[in-house]
Write a protein that binds this ligand. Structure first.
Ligand code: SF4
Ligand code: FES
Length: 565
């Protein structure tokens, strides 16, 4: 494990409470640490500060010093260093913690300012709340309650702006609700590098829109929905499907690539309704790709495998494991593991290969990286396979060695863990020469050709860990139950290991981690239960010489070739 660096701390005083925070911490964030809410709209921790909503006004003071000698000036009343308070409120979002900074957030002046800002923001805001999809996570609604004056003095006609405008295939705009915070504009321009949004017109008539002839359709467009503090931007996929307060939140990981963006899966009664990003400043900040948000649809896909099968006939798990044991006794087995399997599953796959003295293969998936949160390695966990020792070199995209071994008659049984052997290069004729034991979630050419099919769980239905491109071990948790007939991959693999004569290994994840940590030095003292939500970095030195395919992404730069160092 690698310990994170320690930041330089400064002491600030917020509403009379002293706190040490890293130097340069934004005042809104510093206040949060002492339980003080500084309301805001336009500020976002991962976007440039623009200071245009004025909701975050605070009183600010600095320690008084003698201008000539720079010696502290003591307040005779308190005996402490005097504080020079600025006569007018300042915006907290543009203020960073510096030594001795004093902040007041609860004075009559600040209360008055907030009520004024809320009144301006609500002048033209429609009274949509009962039918607005943002209810339950609307900052305007929350802050009107917490910081508004509680009644309206506005008797004029409200402005009417465009309603239900499709900004792109996945994002709907209701312009009347927009508070002109410009978060979406800054995100599109600065993070997604797709400068497609802007304001037109002035004052109360200011309106968000796409540039003529353009659409908000980049693969990060739904992040604008996440950061819109009101209900102006909504997701076409999620809007009006479910009230957010009914939804359970489960931490997960985006499996699209080796970046491993941290996510939250929102579900109710076993049904997933949406996936949103989870903040991890070392991996994905607060963003994720749109493409990763639809992966949950695989859970209820029509082609889910939900029945154990032997030679195409429905069977039971233990009968199928016995059938696998019989095949194992004949020898000549090969294992195809997966870079999509969890670390725990890869560990058990390695145990299976060891018990059978069988060669283990992995299938690589390489695409084009987007330089942000999709890397060129489209497997989430190739590094997990390295750490567990399932493989010791990077995989190829085609199973040519296995194909040659089958053609030469050296392999008679193939255990495929979540990989479609046909898609990885085995021909129908080669599949016909072997008996396949397929552990997987969805029907494909391999499951159709398999002698034994063992239905397993998607990433949304089980818990485990992945090792991302930084060699960061990250945890995902079970959000919904799997379909009847499917079994946790760990249970299936542990039974197969036992059937192969590899002994009894735990299928319960915490117990399995004890075994793993004892056998894999790189995991050190980690346990599954104690793994932080933002993951832990492993020492990547043992694998530094491997030619990983990834280019740079948001928080990852590939190691330079040795010659260039
Ligand atoms: S649409 Fe939302 S994020 Fe964009 S400017 Fe308006 S309020 Fe801000
Ligand atoms: S949050 Fe500070 S001005 Fe908007």
């Amino acid at each position: 494990m690698i310990a994170p660096p320690k930041p330089e701390l400064v002491t600030v005083t917020i509403d009379g409470k002293e706190i040490a925070v890293p130097k340069g911490t934004n005042v809104i964030e510093a206040a949060r640490l002492v339980g003080v809410d500084v309301p805001h709209y336009c500020y976002h921790p991962k976007l440039a500060v623009v200071g245009n909503c004025r909701m975050c006004l605070i009183e600010m003071g600095l320690p008084a010093v003698d201008p000539a000698t720079k010696a502290p000036i003591t307040d005779p009343a308190t005996g402490k260093q005097k504080v020079n308070w600025m006569p007018r409120p300042q915006i907290g979002c543009a203020t960073n913690a510096s030594p001795g900074l004093h902040i007041r957030t609860q004075t009559p002046q600040i209360k008055d300012c907030r009520e004024g800002v809320m009144e301006f923001l609500l002048i033209n805001h429609p009274l949509d709340c009962p039918i607005c999809d943002q209810a339950g996570e609307c900052k305007l609604q929350e802050q009107a309650t917490g910081y508004g004056r509680g009644y309206s003095r506005f008797i004029e006609q409200k402005n009417v702006k465009p309603k239900r405008t499709l900004l792109g295939p996945r994002v709907m705009l209701d312009d009347e609700r927009c508070v002109l915070c410009s978060r979406c504009i800054r995100f599109a321009k600065d993070v997604a590098k797709d400068d497609v949004l802007g304001f037109i017109d002035r004052g109360s008539y200011s309106t968000l829109t796409c540039y003529p002839g353009r659409k908000l359709e980049n693969n990060y467009s739904l992040n604008t929905v996440d950061i819109c503090p009101v209900g102006a931007l909504t997701s076409t996929d999620f809007r009006f499907k479910m009230r957010v307060w009914f939804l359970k939140q489960t931490n997960s990981i985006d499996t699209e690539s080796s970046v491993g963006a941290n996510t939250v899966v929102w579900s109710r009664e076993g049904v997933i309704y949406r996936v949103t990003p989870r903040r991890n400043d070392e991996v994905n900040d607060t963003w994720m790709a749109d493409s990763g948000r639809t992966l949950y649809k695989q859970v209820r896909a029509d082609d889910r495998l939900a029945a154990v099968k032997i030679n195409g006939t429905d069977s039971g798990l233990d009968i199928a494991i016995n059938a696998a044991a019989t095949l194992f006794k004949a020898g000549a087995t090969a294992i195809v593991g997966s870079g999509r399997s969890s670390v725990e599953e890869q560990f058990l796959t390695k145990k299976l290969a060891g018990a059978l003295k069988a060669p283990a293969y992995l299938v690589s998936r390489v695409g084009e990286g987007d330089g942000l949160l999709i890397s060129a390695d489209r497997n989430p966990n190739v590094r997990g396979a390295l750490v567990t020792g399932l493989i010791d070199t990077l995989p190829a995209s085609r199973l040519t060695d296995l194909a040659a071994a089958i053609d030469a008659g050296r392999v008679k049984t193939v255990v495929a863990v979540g990989e479609d052997l046909a898609a990885a290069g085995l021909s129908a004729a080669q599949l016909a020469k072997v008996t396949v034991i397929y552990i997987g979630t969805h029907a494909n050419a391999t499951s159709a050709a398999a002698g034994v099919v063992l239905p397993a769980l998607t990433v949304f239905e089980k818990s485990g860990t992945f090792v991302n491109q930084q060699f960061r071990v990250q945890k995902f948790l079970k959000a919904v139950p799997g379909p009847a007939g499917a079994t946790d991959d760990l249970v299936v693999l542990a039974k197969l290991v036992a059937a192969a004569g590899g002994g009894s290994l735990p299928a319960e994840i915490n117990a399995l981690w004890k075994v793993m940590a004892a056998e894999i030095p790189a995991l050190g003292t980690m346990t599954f239960a104690n793994l932080p939500e933002t993951g832990l970095l492993l020492d990547a030195a043992p694998w530094a010489a491997l030619p990983f395919v990834e280019g740079g992404t948001l928080h990852y730069q590939p190691a330079k070739p040795a010659a260039a160092v």
